[in-house]
Ligand binder design. Structure first.
Ligand code: SF4
Length: 343
């Protein structure tokens, strides 16, 4: 049970830590969109069962590539509509039941990174292939939905799933560190401080510094789970772009390919950081920009071929890379804030 001083401290923080203000009409519109996203997810699952040759390429090659872009624009977009986030908060108790304590936050975010490292390569030998793809997708989505519901009932707000175990969370933090738009917080009408530090919904710009903690003031941040992720991620993205879909027994080869690119990325980032004495905020911005740029470099031809357009690859790549370059320039400016302003 929380004692009185802790409770009043929390109340004060709840009032102070509410930089968003959505009108009741805006909140209503978000609720409608969130409900529609759940329905669309269910319809997509049903459609994939009936027309896998149409629905799966549209999902993997057109819908999924929108996610990194939406995170660069504002993490509130994806976090506001994600059907799993809706399920995660659906089972919340009105007053919440348990916050995510500090040591659990570090542990669970490491699990999220590990899940991402297991699931993304699995697209190459399992999820991208018709037949196995649908069964694999349904199984993983059903498990994730169950986890979101159960953890939503056990923890306050997003503390149990979205801000903890979700494998997309590290990517949301990296790409969402300097949003181009401020869309407020469409999920939490009042902050319960369910997550002690690093909540993207509370402050996207402070999420990485708070996740890294005091280690960001030295090179020790590279040894934290998120620091290691930021170093590895550009290579991880290139590994996906340079690998091909294959049979199930190619799994070992696929993971080896990802491990090699990730290790090379990590070595480069760590060497550049140490030799050039780069600060964490700059490295995180550059890591996000390189990863996003590589992602869209590889995704552009796939997007065009899915919509049946034979030309225009250079234009699409140019548009994506220009946006990423602008985002990077802005992220470096936004991240260049005095350390003392980040608690
Ligand atoms: S998810 Fe973020 S904004 Fe919402 S209650 Fe938890 S800490 Fe506060």
């Amino acid at each position: 049970m929380r004692d009185m001083s802790t409770t009043s401290e929390l109340e004060t923080k709840r009032r102070v830590l509410q930089p968003w203000s959505l009108t009741p009409r805006q909140r209503f519109m978000w609720r409608v969109i969130q409900g529609m996203a759940v329905v669309i997810a269910l319809v997509t699952a049903g459609g994939a069962l009936r027309w896998p040759d149409i629905v799966l390429p549209v999902f993997w090659n057109l819908v999924l590539p929108l996610v990194p872009l939406s995170l660069l624009i504002s993490p509130a977009l994806w976090r506001g509509v994600c059907p799993l986030a809706t399920l995660n908060m659906l089972t919340n108790q009105p007053s919440g039941r348990r916050r995510l304590v500090g040591h659990w936050a570090a542990w669970t975010s490491s699990v999220g990174i590990l899940l991402l490292a297991l699931l993304v390569p699995a697209r190459r030998f399992l999820l991208n292939q018709n037949g196995l793809s649908f069964a694999g997708l349904v199984l993983i989505t059903a498990l994730a939905a169950l986890a979101a519901l159960v953890l939503g009932a056990m923890f306050d707000a997003k503390a149990g799933f979205c801000n903890a175990l979700c494998p997309v969370l590290p990517v949301e933090r990296l790409y969402g560190q300097a949003p181009l738009l401020n869309l407020g917080n469409p999920r939490c009408s009042t902050c319960q401080l369910c997550t002690p530090r690093g909540c993207l919904d509370l402050s996207a710009e402070k999420a990485i510094p708070q996740t890294l903690g005091p280690s960001r003031r030295s090179h020790a941040w590279l040894l934290t789970p998120f620091g290691a992720f930021a170093a590895v991620f550009p290579g991880f993205v290139v590994a996906y772009g340079t690998s091909r879909n294959g049979p199930l027994d190619a799994a070992g080869q696929v993971y080896l390919h990802f491990a090699a690119w990730s290790a090379a990325s990590s070595v480069l980032v760590v060497a550049a950081t140490l030799l050039l004495r780069l600060p964490a905020r700059l490295v995180c911005a550059l890591s996000a920009a390189v990863a996003a740029g590589c992602y869209y470099w590889f995704a552009s031809p796939t997007i065009l071929s899915t919509v049946g357009v034979a030309s225009g690859n250079a234009i699409l790549r140019g548009a994506f890379l220009s946006l990423v370059a602008f985002w990077c320039w802005r992220a470096i400016r936004v991240n260049n804030v005095p350390a003392r302003s980040i608690s």
